[in-house]
Each structure stands twice: as structure tokens, then as C-alpha cells.
Design a protein around this ligand. Structure first.
Ligand SMILES: Cc1ncc(COP(=O)(O)O)c(C=O)c1O
Length: 440
């Protein structure tokens, strides 16, 4: 799906100037987008539904007359669609602005719940056992910043202790035994992402949940809540909250061809599973997330969820086929000069994610990308694009050597990526690598 990104060309052009270009990419070349882990365009049906909602469902969903009722009905339908996509019930879905908010909500809830539900005796017992008495969060060292920095913030504010369990340098997964070993008497939450945004590696969430639940059963004082951030997994692999066994699951629309809207799945919010609001206001979303609902974006989220439920296996097999072709072509062209940072023995990887380094002293990821004529991709998480040219801490955590990590390109394909796109991107990379190597 080669596209002309008129505005993007300009923006990307500015970014190139910052990098002291060796070679000026052809601004008129058709760009090929391979950064679907950063964000996705909206499906035409999604845009259509949003547009209809903008025209017809502009009423306040809380109003007791027809325009309000129309908006409310759209929100209810979306709630059902989103719930169906993850195998949950409509009443278990709380709409949010996106993934960052959903992740924040979970961490703050776990800490507040621990504080509120423990008796004074339990608090002092917690301290006597060699703990600080603070709630303790277990997470991994490859989480998105909306988990990592929220945990860090809670720790710096003296509200929680945090353990970031390192992923295995062999499998790039966080191993179940390491999570269990990190659990303490005060642990209130285990939060591990379902799939990593840079390597695409799928984490063993069902196994983690099973083991933590049996710890909860063995010790009645423990009530460890279980969360997974499914931002990168939805629309790419099957996601079912029952099979995963989680209490909370983060849903991010703009990664599955929906608009910038999100949701949190909570298994029985406020009844079976605690949920404390971070915002206070007019009672919307049963007070868990007040504020007048963004009906058109929620409508778009619901439509995109419906498409995922109906078409996941065809999306998945298309992306798998395209990724296999991309990896094969890259291997053919670059031979022993290539290393895949998304291949780990025994680990499953998202069907669309290919993280690759082309080896050579002048082939750093940022340099290669800024000299490509057509390829639009990134070296890692989009939110880290301002962090200079340092190699990705996620790849380093997965055991990728520094000089290889420095050359990493994250190529993430989408539902509409074609073999012709792949051929064009591989040719673009071949020319760019040849040019950079010659100029050195
Ligand atoms: C794994 C992961 N979690 C959370 C988020 C944040 O979602 P949002 O952009 O909706 O705040 C992202 C987005 O980049 C992500 O990749």
C-alpha cells in the first residue's frame, strides 16, 4: 500500500535536516508506511461510522431526549463490540482516552486498593516481614513508558515499591519463575504487556496468571491483581480475557485501525475487581471515568473492534505472509550482514513485527531511515523518537549487543501491505546501504 503522504513528506523532511543528511531523499517518491506498531490509519468503515456519529449523534449521551438517547445507544453498541473482541462482558468495559490513561488507572487503582483494604494490623505485619509496608508492583523491564514511568512515579512519591523483572536474554520474554520469585507479601499487582512493541515477542500471560492465582489461593492475605497491556496484540493475535486469566486488560484503538480512543477491560469493575477513578466529575462510565463521552471516537473504536472480531484470522495470515516475504527478501539481499532482533528461540512473535539490523559501522538505524527515499519506519517506540540516537533499551534488555541495537530498524507491516511494497522497501534499503557504505 504505497501512499503519497503529502504532509508527512514535509515533516519527515525537517527531521532529516536535523540528522545531517548524506543524501537527500527524493521528496516526490511514493512513501511506504511500515510503522503500524506506532499507529495505524483508520479503516474506511471506521471513518464512515465516525462521520455519521458526528452528524447524527452529537447530543450529550446523558440527555433524556432523542439526541442524547441516540448517542447513548451508539456508546452501548460500541461497548458490546469492544467486549466481544476481548471475550468479556459489556459491563466490564470502561472507555478511556487511550492506553496511557488505562495503564495509569490500573497502577493507581492497585496502590489505592492495597492501602484501603489492608487493616492496620496487616500493614504493620507487612513492615515486620522486612518490607517497607508499601504496596509492591511487579512489572517487566520492557514495558511501555505509560507503565514504566507511572510505576517510577509511584515509587518516587513514596506510594509503592516496584520490581522490574528483566526479560530473559535468550527468549526476550519475561519468565514465569522470575515473576513468581519477585512476589512479596505486599505485592498488589503484576503488570506485564501481552506483546512487546519493539520485538513483537509475546509474553506468557496465561502461565503468569495461573501461577499468581495459585499463590493468591495458597495465602489468603495475598490478593495480587493481574494486568496486561494488550496495545500491540489486539488485531494481530487472538486476545481472550478468559484464556489469559487477567483482571485488567488495556485496549488501544489507534493500534487496530480505530481512532485515538481506548478502553480498560476490568473483570467486574468495583465488584469483583477494584477500580478507583483518577478523575472526578459527572458520573459517566459509572463514575470510573467521568467526563462527557467522546461519542464519535467511541463509535469508531466499536466499529474497529467489530472488524477485528470478524476478520482477525485473515488479518493475521496476511501479515504473517508479508512478514515472511520481507524477512526472506532482506536475507537474500543482505545475507550475513543482517541480524533479526525479533527472532528468539521458543518465543512467539507478533505476525507483523520484524526488527532487523543491517550490520556495518555507518548503518545506524536513524541514519539508514533518514536516507531512505521511500520507507517510513522507526528505530523503536515512537514515543522515544526524541531520545537522540541511543540504542533501544528494550533491545539491550533482550541481549542484543549495543552495536547491533544501534543499527535496529523496526519494520511493522499492516493489513494492506503488499509484496510490491516489500520489494520497494528492500530495494530502497539496498540502495541506501550501498550509498552510506560508499560515502564512508
Ligand atoms: C505497548 C503500548 N502500551 C501503551 C501505549 C500507549 O497508548 P496511547 O498512545 O493510546 O496512550 C502504546 C502506544 O504506543 C503501546 O505501544
Amino acid at each position: 500500500m504505497a501512499e503519497k503522504f503529502a504532509d508527512l513528506t514535509l515533516v519527515v523532511g525537517h527531521a532529516h535536516n536535523d540528522h545531517n543528511l548524506h543524501h537527500n531523499p527524493d521528496m516526490n517518491a511514493e512513501r511506504i508506511y511500515m510503522d503500524y506498531n506506532a499507529t495505524t490509519p483508520m479503516e474506511p468503515e471506521v471513518i464512515q461510522v465516525i462521520s455519521e456519529a458526528l452528524h447524527e449523534a452529537w447530543g450529550n449521551p446523558s440527555s433524556n431526549y432523542i439526541t442524547g438517547a441516540r448517542a447513548k445507544a451508539i456508546i452501548n453498541q460500541s461497548r458490546q463490540n469492544v467486549a466481544r473482541m476481548v471475550g468479556g462482558k459489556a459491563e466490564d468495559i470502561v472507555f478511556t482516552s487511550g492506553g496511557t490513561e488505562a495503564n495509569n488507572l490500573v497502577l493507581h487503582t492497585a496502590v489505592e486498593h492495597f492501602r484501603k483494604s489492608r487493616s492496620a494490623a496487616e500493614h504493620s505485619e507487612g513492615r515486620q516481614n522486612g518490607c517497607t509496608g508499601l504496596p509492591h508492583i511487579v512489572t517487566s523491564n520492557v514495558e511501555h513508558d505509560s507503565i514504566r514511568l507511572t510505576a517510577k512515579h509511584l515509587e518516587a512519591a513514596g506510594k509503592a515499591d516496584v520490581t522490574c523483572v528483566p526479560v530473559s536474554k535468550v527468549t526476550a520474554r519475561v519468565e514465569v519463575e522470575d515473576i513468581i520469585a519477585a512476589v512479596r507479601p505486599n505485592t498488589c499487582l503484576v503488570s506485564v504487556m501481552l506483546a512487546n512493541n519493539e520485538t513483537g515477542v509475546v509474553m506468557p500471560i496465561p502461565e503468569i496468571c495461573q501461577r499468581v492465582k495459585s499463590l493468591n489461593k495458597q495465602n489468603e492475605r495475598l490478593r495480587i491483581l493481574l494486568h496486561t497491556d494488550a496495545a500491540q496484540a489486539l488485531g494481530k493475535i487472538p486476545v481472550d480475557v478468559q484464556e489469559l486469566g487477567v483482571d485488567y486488560l488495556t485496549i488501544v484503538g489507534h493500534k487496530f485501525y480505530a481512532p485515538r480512543a481506548g478502553a480498560l477491560y476490568v473483570n467486574g469493575p468495583g465488584t469483583k475487581t477494584p477500580l478507583y477513578p483518577m478523575l472526578f466529575g459527572g458520573g459517566q462510565e459509572r463514575n470510573f471515568r467521568p467526563g462527557t463521552e467522546n461519542t464519535p471516537m467511541i463509535a469508531g473504536l466499536g466499529k474497529a473492534a467489530e472488524l477485528v472480531t470478524a476478520n482477525l484470522s485473515s488479518y493475521q495470515s496476511h501479515m504473517l505472509m508479508i512478514k515472511a516475504y520481507l524477512e526472506e527478501r532482506l536475507q537474500d539481499v543482505f545475507r550475513d550482514k543482517i541480524r533479526f532482533n525479533s527472532h528468539y528461540p521458543g518465543s512467539d512473535v507478533l505476525p507483523n513485527t520484524c526488527n532487523v539490523s543491517i550490520l556495518g559501522p555507518v548503518l545506524q538505524g536513524w541514519r539508514v531511515l533518514s536516507n531512505c527515499r521511500r520507507l517510513l519506519a522507526s528505530v523503536g517506540a515512537a514515543c522515544h523518537s526524541a531520545s537522540g540516537h541511543r540504542p533501544s533499551h528494550i533491545l539491550l534488555s533482550c541481549g542484543v549487543p549495543t552495536e547491533v541495537a544501534a543499527n535496529a530498524l523496526r519494520l511493522s507491516v499492516g493489513r494492506g501491505t503488499t509484496k510490491e511494497d516489500v520489494d520497494a522497501v528492500v530495494e530502497d534499503l539496498r540502495e541506501t546501504v550501498e550509498l552510506l557504505t560508499k560515502m564512508n
